[in-house]
Design a protein around this ligand. Structure first.
Ligand code: TZP
Ligand code: MG
Length: 218
């Protein structure tokens, strides 16, 4: 694959919140994102599988007001149309979503992330990708159709094979965050560790603290 070296912002040493509004009750998603940004989240991926288009746009605009004032990039999962309509900072696609080449026709300068679940996915990854979402590192109940867990060794093997920023996701929390970083992740992405936390701000602060201290010790 072609390792592109983009000059735009990259997720290195960042905590990424991937949203799931259904896990946020009794809070609203906007409340959780606001708290998570205060706790130190450095990138938000809006991933809402159950919203129709109009509700998705409304939600994206509400979240964008928060991310923009925090100076944090907002990436939309899967929905190129929504990313274009709201002027998001980027789009994250999976293996069976729109191709990166097609996304680049419409978002030449935005941040584009691609999910990979195996070494084979890495080797097949196209040019034009700014970062890779590597998943699932550990088993997770949050994504019903997640592939088999890569484990820390699987993550390390992918790390050894690419210079692209790696955003690890799947079963990550404060208890294993440092191990994931030590096995080659540049950044960590979480859903339930923040969305379902009793205190999303404190949960984000703890994870962001792990990333900061690990990056300082490298
Ligand atoms: N993509 C791969 S695993 C996953 C996604 C969206 C879910 C991760 O959720 P959690 O709660 O952080 O394990
Ligand atoms: Mg997808």
């Amino acid at each position: 694959m072609a390792d592109r070296l983009p000059t735009r912002w990259q997720p290195r040493h960042a905590l990424c919140l991937v949203t799931d509004g259904s896990l946020c009750a009794p809070r609203t998603l906007v409340e959780v994102v606001s708290a998570a940004l205060q706790g130190g989240v450095g990138m938000v991926q809006l991933r809402e599988k159950k919203l129709d288009s109009r509700a998705f746009v409304e939600r994206a605009r509400a979240i964008q007001a928060l991310t923009a004032s925090a100076g944090v990039p907002l990436v939309i999962n899967d929905r190129l149309d929504i990313a274009l309509v709201v002027g998001a900072d980027g789009l994250h696609v999976g293996q069976s979503d729109l191709s990166v080449a097609d996304v680049r026709l419409w978002l030449p300068d935005a941040l584009v992330g691609l999910s990979i679940e195996s070494m084979a996915d890495l080797l097949a990854a196209p040019a034009g990708v700014d970062y890779l979402g590597v998943s699932p590192v550990f088993a997770t109940a949050t994504k019903a159709d997640a592939a088999a867990a890569l484990g820390l060794e699987g993550l390390a093997a992918i790390r050894a094979a690419t210079r692209l920023p790696l955003v690890a996701i799947g079963g990550i929390g404060a208890h294993n965050a440092r191990a994931v970083l030590r096995h080659g992740a540049d950044s960590l992405a979480v859903v339930s560790a923040i969305c379902a936390a009793a205190d999303p701000r404190a949960a984000a602060a703890e994870l962001a603290g792990c990333i900061e201290s690990e990056s300082n010790s490298r």
